[in-house]
Design a protein around this ligand. Structure first.
Ligand code: ADP
Ligand code: MG
Length: 699
């Protein structure tokens, strides 16, 4: 383990250093301008960059390039083209043009488009995103791209994300100028996604159809031990896991992904990785890449990395924490309270904008993390409830209260601030508060959105967050636009006073896992959108369509197409789960149970023939119990099959999804109960699949 980390870090990335060394000066400058200010890229610059990229890629062993994009699945897509170009004399040269760099035309008919593009006119195109660096993986040069239809409709997650970053940038810069901070030219959003995952032995994984087809177990009695000892969280790493994590870090570092923190998580076999934060676009790409590399490295270690939100019943599932903030081009974190009263004003305006955004668009934030997998976690006392609320901590809550009520603000140190009633309090940031149960927590200089599931792209939540905060800032800007500089502090005070009165219902510093909070939240009128089918109708609510169209994030057609894709994905997921469960019970578990019954029955009759009148109590008890269970399974199978067929046949996407949620999932739970009980009664060597005990503890 003597790698020179600074040397290998980013060695597979076409980064700034490489660009500077490979590009003519004027071309480098033009490209930098495009990256930093989003200006249009001229073809001669693109050509020059293409040549440099190709040379660098070939030097590093690449033979192919691909436009790498993020269709509306949770995974990325790629199609590899080699650099070869025949010269007509039986030879080839390695060729790559600016046109090929900037634009691609994948035959894209089979990606979900929600009816945006009929399959017979399948032409979509990919467009280079120069703000996210190209990289080499497995002999191919990867070029991050956005994916659109020919008429310019977004067919991916990157396009709306870039649009939302742009919108927030404009709104934030405008606000900073209003507040007198005229030098700021650009505001970026930053994201640091903490990623949870499970590791299981590969040979056991392969014996579980549910893991192979669904990524989660559909059956399985609890292991003798779960997470009750609380001995796994931050525990010593097992050597196999440590070796995996080391290799993973190295692979990520080569790709310029700043993997920083790794540790064991709460559930057995569960772990976490967190990178250092980056601009949102890069962080989203890096998180996609991280998930992919996690799986690949696991395979080399004879492990399988599970990214499903709920791979095992009875222990914690996996989430992802989206740490989010905004940063100016001169490096100021806008959610950092700062040290001077002026910085405090700025901070309070941006803080209040986030509070307003989360209160007004809590439904969209909830939807942004909605999936069949994540529905198992939210509200199950292992992850935040489906109710979106904000944790601010005592100190900040006090600050806002003092503004609301025109009272003096007393800081923790009991220092009475020397301020009048109508100017803003000056306070220092307090980092000590921690609340792990809040879905949206202020953590000193950033917000941590904790409702995300482990498997999903982090693009959606950030699209919503950026857009909603931009909208809040725009509204505030209207209120402050004509205020003279000397009246600004007073005007901000009044603005925050109005806003906090209106939006304080979304602030909750207590324990988010309790039933009392859910009741209280209902009284406060907060949304509690428990499942994906419950939540999705809000995606197409007027106020939300208005938000997205106003800021040019999505057109109304794009919103409706995403609604269809989202619900179809939900229904298809549960349909696959239902099919898998039917197969496992019908073809694997039931036959095992019946063979065991046969074995016991012949034991009993053999015993009786040797010793007439001997007690066969244990045999008869077991046979009776197992036949009850197999009858229950048979009945459960029939019901599950019938309800699944009915759910599948429903005409409307929402109706489909609702039937899968209310009927199919319940049937699956019911069938699981008898199956899992049968599992506990038959010997391991007759069990058709490995137990939870082996999956979770045998690494
Ligand atoms: P936790 O207590 O939740 O483990 P950490 O301080 O370890 O929090 O940070 C978690 C993540 O937050 C890391 O990925 C870190 O890089 C990221 N982070 C820190 N500051 C910011 C910021 N200003 N914007 C976005 N993410 C940030
Ligand atoms: Mg965290």
């Amino acid at each position: 383990m003597t790698q020179n980390i600074p040397e290998i870090y980013g060695s597979l990335v076409f980064n700034d250093r490489i660009m500077r060394s490979k590009l003519p000066k004027d071309m480098y400058k033009a490209l930098k301008k495009t990256i930093e200010n989003g200006t249009h890229l001229e073809l001669d610059v693109a050509n020059s960059v293409a040549v440099a990229m190709k040379e660098w890629a070939i030097e590093n062993g690449a033979t192919h390039y691909t436009h790498w994009f993020q269709p509306m699945t949770n995974v990325t897509a790629e199609k590899h083209d080699s650099f070869i170009s025949p010269t007509g004399d039986g030879l080839v040269i390695m060729d790559f043009s600016g046109k090929e760099l900037v634009k691609g035309e994948p035959d894209a008919s089979s990606f979900p488009s929600g009816g945006l593009r009929a399959t017979f006119e399948a032409r979509g195109y990919t467009a280079w995103d120069p703000t996210s660096p190209a990289f080499i993986k497995d002999g191919t040069l990867y070029i991050p791209t956005a994916f659109c239809s020919y008429s310019g409709e977004a067919l991916d997650k990157k396009t709306p994300l870039l649009r939302s970053m742009d919108t927030l940038n404009k709104a934030a810069v405008n606000m900073l100028h209003i507040l007198g901070n005229k030098g700021i030219k650009h505001v970026s959003t930053t994201v640091g996604p903490e990623q949870e995952y499970f590791l299981v032995p590969k040979e056991l994984y392969k014996e579980r159809k549910d893991l192979v087809f669904c990524g989660r177990t559909l059956l399985g009695a609890p292991a003798p031990k779960g997470q009750e000892m609380e001995d796994h969280y931050f525990g010593t790493l097992k050597p196999k896991v440590a070796a995996y994590m080391h290799d993973l870090d190295v692979e990520l570092w080569k790709l310029g992904i700043p993997a920083k923190t790794k540790h064991n998580e709460v559930a057995p076999a569960q772990h976490e990785l967190a990178p250092v934060f980056d601009t949102t676009n890069v962080a989203v790409d890096h998180n996609q890449l991280t998930m992919e590399v996690m799986k690949k490295v696991a395979d080399k270690h004879d492990l399988v990395c599970l990214l499903h939100e709920k791979p095992f019943e009875g222990i914690n599932g996996s989430g992802k924490h989206n740490n989010w903030s905004m940063i100016t081009d001169d490096g100021v974190n806008l959610l950092d309270p700062g040290k001077t009263p002026a910085e405090n004003i700025q901070f309070l305006v941006f803080l209040m904008a986030v509070i307003k955004a989360v209160d007004e668009y809590a439904d969209l934030l909830r939807i942004s993390v909605a999936s069949a997998g994540n529905d198992h976690r939210l509200g199950a006392n292992e992850a935040p409830p489906a109710v979106v609320s904000i944790f601010l901590g005592d100190e900040l809550t006090e600050v806002l209260k003092s503004i609301e009520n025109d009272t003096y603000f007393t800081s923790h140190g009991a220092v009475q601030m020397d301020i009048g009633a109508t100017v803003l309090p000056h306070f220092v940031k307090d980092n000590t508060d921690r609340n792990r149960t809040s879905p949206f927590a202020f953590t000193g200089n950033k917000f941590e959105f904790r409702m995300l599931g482990s498997a999903a792209s982090v693009a959606n939540p950030n699209i919503v967050l950026n857009t909603a905060v931009a909208e809040a800032l725009d509204q505030f800007a209207k209120e402050l636009a004509d205020v003279a500089p000397e009246d600004m502090e007073h005007a901000v005070h009044e603005l925050i006073k109005r806003a906090i009165k209106k939006h304080k219902r979304v602030i909750f510093n207590g324990n988010g896992y309790t039933d009392e909070w859910i009741e209280e939240a209902a009284k406060r009128g907060l949304y509690n959108l428990k499942s994906t089918p419950d939540a999705m109708p809000m995606w197409i609510a007027d106020k939300n369509i208005e938000l997205f169209t106003k800021h040019s994030i999505f057109t109304s057609e794009e919103i409706h197409s995403r609604y269809d894709i989202w619900l179809e994905n939900y229904s298809k997921t549960i349909n696959i789960e239902s099919n898998t469960m039917v197969e496992m019970v019908q073809k694997d578990l039931l036959p095992s149970v019946l063979s065991y019954v046969e074995e016991i029955a012949s034991t009993a009759s053999l015993k009786a023939s040797v010793v007439p009148g001997i007690s066969c109590k244990s045999e008869t008890t077991l046979i009776t119990k197992l036949s009850q269970l197999s009858d229950a399974m048979t009945k459960g199978l029939e019901k599950l099959k019938a309800d699944t067929a009915r759910a599948k046949a429903a005409e409307d996407v929402l109706e489909n999804a609702k039937l899968y949620q209310t009927e199919v999932l319940e049937d699956m739970e019911e069938l699981r109960r008898s199956a899992d009980e049968a599992e506990t009664l038959i010997p391991d060597d007759l069990l058709p699949y490995p137990t939870y005990g082996k999956l979770l503890f045998y690494i």
